[in-house]
Ligand binder design. Sequence first.
Ligand code: ASP
Length: 337
Amino acid sequence: MKNILLISTGGTLASSQAETGLRPGIGGNSIAERLNGLIRDAQIDVKELFLLDSSNIQPEEWSELAACIHQYRKQYDGIVVIHGTDTMAYTAAALSFALQNIEIPVVLTGSQVSIENTIADATENCRAALHMAASGCPGIFVAFNRKIITGTRASKTRTRSFDAFESIDFPYAARINSRGLVLNPRISHERKGICELRSKFCTDIFVLKLFPGISPDIFRLLKEAGIRGVYVEGFGIGGLPFLRRNIAGAIQEAVRDGMVVVIGSQCLYEGSDYTVYEVGREALGSGAIAIGNMTTEAAVAKLMWAFGQYDDPAMVREIMTVNLLDEMGAPVPDLTE
Ligand code: ASP
């Protein structure tokens, strides 16, 4: 018999139509009742943590959720977190950093349509999440549309379709097909130590999506606003303007002033390599840290987490260059098809 904890936080899966619009109103116990029979030989306990649309789930909720998972992890074989889809990838990345070396599977899931609609995607996604939670494969994951995604690699790529999440530049951790739940044996789940709760996040960061014509003054304004770390989404494989509006120069000044600037790409797939073009090398020369193929969600969560752990920007810089949880680096083969 597997013991699974279902933590509910809200989202569309838990929503009903109100006069003010679709909003979370279905609690965890009511969700669990509807999941009867989706998994055999399992006891499901429920913890109702929040009843929020995930637009309202922020670093304070990440910390509370991480603490709850940390507290209960030894009593369960796996944990399923019901979560809105809109910011689920951010939460999954944040939990990955906060709960490194977790001993059990923690699987976030949600749906595009409320669980009140029995033919839609909620039941199917919960079935996948429950089976992954019972798999014995530790880590933080997202379960959606019969695919299981490593927590630092998930991104919501569609607003309406059931196939709303993708694993970016990384194979699926598992898939559900005619062979059942097929785990990718090449995804490393090796634990490197004990699971310490490190759930402090610092929100003094910013995501800057470049566009042609952007003023370099933005870095000065960010500094004045107390921003300590900036993730710059540059162009293509890696480029920033330096003619007329010298963004590379502005980054150099910001870095000199102690700001941590990390650079990636606006493109969702195939990552960045700032060594290819002159417009990229300028940026590297300015002291920015290239983060390759990290998703924006993982970059945001990691920057907030790193500043939550370390006050010294040099430490944050160092953390941002290290691949902690498969959030960056060369992909491993997909053996789940
Ligand atoms: N707005 C909802 C949320 O993220 C969307 C969903 O769950 O699909 O909470």
